[in-house]
Design a protein around this ligand. Structure first.
Ligand code: GDP
Length: 365
């Protein structure tokens, strides 16, 4: 077909007459009643009772960037801490299309059949909340979202990975205080977010696919090293043989890795999330892992390590935020950047100058 621009009638860019803009406010809408603000004690009481609506509001508070909300959120978290820790925290990662949502839906129901409650959280620093979030969206986990004992929460809205991850980590505390004894933390297996998830979960599950030919090439070695279990999804129909072959390849590759700190040997299982095949095998593996690490004491050790990690992470993040928030620092950085690019100053002395300025400002406060 001929390109429209080659048509003789074509006049280039056209400007159509606009329409009169409609009033932006719906005149029939009742003003929404603002929910009364809760005190920290009321939040904690609601959370402890397992009130999903209050839990949801507390998570929103945690995610808020307003100083006022943050202060209250921190108080709620502190008060919930004594009731936290009693859950199995499971990280789930895989590239888009690996079948995370499908799998979490069936894994979740499988877990809930054994009793208890399940929270599904997500870390996706790239997601924009506006057009419906990408991860953790209720519509992606249809069956689970209807289950009364499941709490599904999308990723905190886009921000620095450290910030998004910290909020999820804090949300875990709230969920545990609300009695959720299984927590899934989902992330897209394409970036740095796996490391963040790994640092807040007890078990890290990597969902893989077979049949792409070069199974092991696309996966970053680092992610495989973090995995406590690798599961090959879509082992159904014609794909079963390929999935088994991929499983064998993964097992071989895992042999070449140094032993994990827990001395647990990561297992490889094939399953089908969509057709619900071998789901119990995947969960038997996870149950075995928890039994093992609780016996060896690794479970506690890792949790302690993680608590320490998050203290330092939080310090680093807050320092960085405070530094870059200051207009004087930003202006100075812009000048220094030009000088460094023009070879008028070395990167190191420029950095020192900016830091000096920062410390002087702190002292003057
Ligand atoms: P996510 O992007 O990792 O969350 O992946 P989804 O759960 O959205 O799944 C991506 C696509 O793979 C969807 O079309 C699913 O229906 C399909 N899928 C997921 N699990 C299976 C499975 O076990 N077998 C088959 N054949 N397809 C699956």
């Amino acid at each position: 077909m001929e390109h429209p621009e080659n048509n003789k009638e074509y006049k280039g860019l056209q400007v159509n007459e606009g329409v009169k803009s409609q009033p932006s406010v719906n005149p029939y809408r009742q003003p929404r009643k603002k929910k009364p603000e809760l005190s920290a004690a009321e939040y904690v009481e609601g959370i402890r009772k397992g009130d999903i609506s209050i839990l949801g509001r507390a998570v929103t508070l945690v995610e808020s960037v307003a100083d006022k909300h943050q202060a209250l959120a921190q108080e709620v978290i502190e008060k919930c801490l004594p009731y936290s820790g009693n859950s199995r925290r499971i990280g789930i990662t895989g590239v888009p299309g690996a079948g995370k949502s499908t799998s979490i839906d069936v894994f979740g129901l499988h877990v809930l059949r054994q009793g208890g409650k399940l929270a599904v959280l997500a870390i996706d620093p790239s997601s924009e909340r506006t057009s419906g979030s990408i991860l953790g969206d209720k519509t992606r986990m249809e069956k689970l979202s209807l289950h009364p004992e499941a709490f599904i929460r999308p990723s905190p809205s886009a921000g620095s990975l450290g910030g998004v991850a910290r909020k999820t980590r804090e949300t875990i505390v709230l969920c545990e205080a609300a009695g959720y004894d299984n927590i899934f933390v989902e992330t897209v297996g394409v970036g740095q977010s796996e490391t963040a998830v790994h640092s807040m979960v007890d078990f890290f599950l990597l969902i893989q696919l077979a049949g792409t030919g070069d199974e092991l090439q696309g996966i970053k070695r680092g992610i495989m090293e973090m995995a406590d279990g690798i599961v090959i999804n879509k082992a159904d129909g014609d794909n079963i043989d390929r999935a088994n072959l991929a499983a064998a390849q993964f097992r071989n590759a895992l042999h070449l890795f140094p032993p994990t700190p827990s001395k647990w040997v990561p297992e490889v299982v094939t399953y089908s999330g969509y057709y619900e095949l071998n789901i119990d095998k995947v969960w038997d593996m996870i149950d075995r892992y928890f039994k093992y690490v609780k016996e060896t004491g690794y479970f506690e050790r890792k949790r302690n390590e993680q608590a320490k990690y998050w203290m330092f992470e939080t310090i680093n993040e807050q320092l960085r935020a405070d530094f870059y928030r200051r207009p004087e620092i930003r202006a100075l950085l812009e000048q220094k950047e030009i000088r460094v690019l023009n070879n008028e100053q070395s990167s190191f002395t420029a950095a020192h100058d900016v830091l000096d300025q920062y410390f002087r400002m702190l002292r003057a406060e």
